[in-house]
Design a protein around this ligand. Structure first.
Ligand code: 3H9
Length: 693
């Protein structure tokens, strides 16, 4: 065995050299790994006894990409291109042996190898687009040469991790290894290549698939058109498409030059900086300073849910999808049947769309049990209450759960606003009580706000964080406060939006500005979607607000075909003259002088109000860090990821500018705009939210 450096070692077995990379956690292509590949391959080439070289990784995965933490730093060691050239120009076949994930630069290294072998559980992908980038080490030029431009377009613009068997079918993987037997199978494959005198296959020289697509610009035009909505606002998907176009239309080296130019442009742009920030923010949110990594985890093998409404049913699906049995409790048989029917309907729709088989539907439905009494929850490890938002009802439920549930069970509430300290205090075990705030639709939305009370035990927090990962959620730990983090900031945005309507803006003006900023929809379109009558009581309505008047006219949102907007049969929204008249009459009656509100002011009032509230949340220590707030907004409220999140965005706008504007608003609008002392402090110190420790 020869140690090449601290990240790579070379061994030989017979006439096959094995270059092993070992750079935890994911063998990212740091300078040491690049050097290890370059020098290791060089040494193997120089060894006359070696006839073939296997490149393999230790630990949980093959190379998962470039080392993102190195981006923007000074260049060190061999470049990735040097390492790839050493592989590709090797006179002896180099075989990539893949387990875990071969992603980004990792797959690009594998594509520079002459052959690829993988175990069935492995996955390959070029996920750079999710970091606002494109594959910058030949991925956009080599991939279409193997899988064809159509499949390549799909892969580079979605960033999907493609299972090895599928890669094998499209030629990206040449040979399948037995699970758990990668090294031996890779060596055997290398020996076979040598014995059969198989050629040194260089992907860069395979031109038939790209040539076949030449002169067919419709491939790209159609793809752009079909995905326009999905790619709206993002730079990277379009740049990825242009690279695949270059692969089709230009010789390899010229295509590489296009790739390089566009890669550098993305790498130095604001969108990629924001998306890379979001990648690390999501992972940092898992780290809880006062809950050590080795905190014991409670076993969660059976989950109880109280309430089979939209929320309860959606929450249940998360656990069923992860193979965890659920008991769901309702008060009336009818409501229970209805809830279970909705869950089944959701699954059947997915099966119809080809996402899984009917067998899977039955398997999942077989894991959910309905019950009419909370006594059925006695043996659950976790119970989540998901009934309507009334403190008295929740307290009664938690008093019951305290009596019924086994010791050590975690008792959770899905409340989005109520004081969980108060709920926990009705039990004899407040240390076991926590908030698990799912977002609607709960089976789809990625965010989970985990709400700790003053008394929640560390192992309950650690278990909840881990469970979130198991069910595919992005978890953020927050403290108890009205609306926690997300809804508390949303309320500020809503308040300013409503105020601006009374000052002269129309709902669609405000929605348009926020849509153009990158949100999927603005606050009024969102209200129409959720239903304007949420919390509205007909018998008590006296036309006191615009919403009351809309609801009184049965304009209760999309479901009635009209709300703030008018909707056609395909749910396309149109500004409504009825709403406009209601607003104009309302404003006239109030004696206000309507004025034209600029797009800039709309953006500032809606978003600066959120930033100011975010700063207050940090001051009150209701969120651990500014980036946690950003994770909440990107994953739960449609904040465009290419703008990082409200706190990251605020730093990019400049806190002095934001504070100055907030002070102007305070002078004209009063107390609601009082700047957060933390914001003032950061500005005084010339710092940003990113500088907070
Ligand atoms: C690229 O390759 C550009 C090239 O085309 C061109 C170059 C010229 N770098 O996610 P996890 C860390 S762009 C640095 O919790 P999992 C991560 O922060 C790259 N660090 O684990 C975390 O650290 P910590 C293209 C990285 O098992 C730890 O590893 N590649 C990188 O749930 C564990 O991560 C990608 O975009 C990295 N590349 O998932 C792949 N990757 O423990 C990005 C991870 O301190 N990575 N870390 O919090 C992933 O998608 C997932 O991490 C992966 C593992 C699926 C690999």
């Amino acid at each position: 065995m020869t140690a090449i450096n601290s990240a790579a070692e070379l061994t030989t077995q017979g006439d096959v050299a094995i270059l092993s990379l070992n750079s935890p956690p994911v063998n990212a292509l740091s300078a040491g790994v690049r050097d290890g590949i370059h020098d290791g391959i060089k040494a193997a080439i120089a060894d006359p006894a070696v006839k073939a070289i296997v490149l393999i990784c230790e630990g949980r995965t093959f190379i998962a990409g470039a080392d993102i933490t190195e981006f923007g730093g000074a260049a060190k060691g061999a470049s990735l291109f040097d390492a790839q050239a050493m592989i590709e120009n090797s006179p002896k076949p180099v075989i990539a042996a893949i387990h875990g994930t071969a992603l980004g630069g990792g797959l690009e290294v594998a594509l520079a190898c002459h052959y690829r072998i993988a175990v069935p559980s492995a996955k390959c992908g070029l996920p750079e687009v999710n970091l606002g980038l494109l594959p910058g080490a030949g991925g956009t030029q080599r991939l279409p040469r193997i899988v064809g431009p159509e499949k390549a377009l799909e892969m580079v613009t979605s960033g999907q991790h493609v299972p090895a068997e599928q890669c094998h079918r499209v030629g990206l993987v040449d040979e399948m290894a037995k699970e758990g037997n990668l090294k031996a199978d890779a060596i055997a494959f290398a020996e076979k290549l040598v014995a059969e005198g198989r050629p040194l296959k260089k992907v860069r020289d395979q031109n038939d698939k790209v040539e076949a697509a030449r002169g067919k610009p419709e491939i790209f035009a159609d793809f752009r058109k079909a995905n326009a909505r999905k790619f709206r606002g993002f730079k990277a998907p379009e740049y990825n498409i242009q690279c695949i176009e270059a692969a089709v239309n230009l010789p390899f080296d010229e295509g590489m030059a296009v790739e390089r130019k566009l890669f550098v442009e993305l790498l130095t742009g604001e969108q990629s900086a924001a998306q890379r920030y979001a990648f690390f923010a999501e992972r940092t949110a898992n780290k809880i300073p006062d809950v050590p990594d080795d905190t014991p985890i409670r076993k969660i093998e059976k989950v109880g849910i109280i309430g089979a409404g939209t929320m309860g049913g959606g929450i249940a699906m998360n656990f069923l999808n992860a193979g965890i049995p659920v008991t769901i409790v309702e008060v009336q048989q009818e409501a229970l049947d209805r809830g279970l029917k909705v869950v089944r309907g959701n699954y059947e729709r997915s099966a119809k769309n080809g996402r899984f088989t009917m067998e899977t539907v039955e398997k999942r439905m077989g894991m959910i049990t309905g019950a009419l009494s909370q006594d059925a929850l006695a043996d659950c490890d976790l119970v989540i209450e998901a009934v309507f938002e009334r403190m008295d009802v929740k307290k009664e439920i938690f008093t019951n759960l305290d009596r019924i549930c086994k010791p050590g069970a975690i008792l959770a509430t899905n409340t989005s606003a109520l004081n969980i300290d108060e709920i926990g205090d009705v039990t004899s075990r407040p240390q076991d009580v926590i908030g698990l705030h799912f977002f609607s639709p709960a089976n789809v939305m990625r965010l989970l706000e985990i709400v700790r009370t003053d008394k929640t035990a560390n192992d309950v927090i650690a278990t909840s964080m881990k469970l979130a990962k198991t069910i595919g959620k992005v978890a953020v730990l927050v403290g108890v406060a009205p609306g926690f983090v997300g809804n508390r900031m949303l309320a500020q945005r809503g308040r300013e939006s409503q105020k601006m309507v009374l000052e002269g803006a129309m709902p669609w003006d405000i929605d348009r500005v926020l849509y153009d900023f990158g949100f999927p929809m603005g606050p009024f379109a969102m209200s129409d979607l959720a239903g304007l009558d949420l919390g509205w009581v007909k018998s008590e309505s006296k036309g006191a607000t615009i919403r009351d008047q809309l609801c009184e006219l049965d304009r209760r949102g999309q479901k009635t075909g009209a709300g703030y907007y008018d909707y056609d049969e395909n749910r396309n929204a149109k500004p409504s003259p009825v709403t406009e008249k209601i607003i104009n009459d309302f404003v006239a009656k109030s004696g206000a002088n309507p004025r034209t509100i600029s797009d800039d002011e709309i953006l500032e009032r809606t978003l600066y109000a959120m930033v100011n509230e975010g700063a207050k949340i940090l001051e009150e220590k209701k969120a651990i860090r500014a980036s946690d707030i950003d994770v909440v907004w990107v994953n739960g409220y449609g904040w465009p990821i290419y703008r990082g999140g409200p706190m990251h965005w605020a730093d990019s706008v400049g806190l002095p500018k934001i504070l100055a504007r907030i002070k102007e608003f305070e002078a004209t609008m009063g107390e609601q705009w009082k700047p957060s002392p933390l914001l003032e402090k950061l500005v005084a110190e010339g710092k940003g939210f990113k500088d907070l420790k």
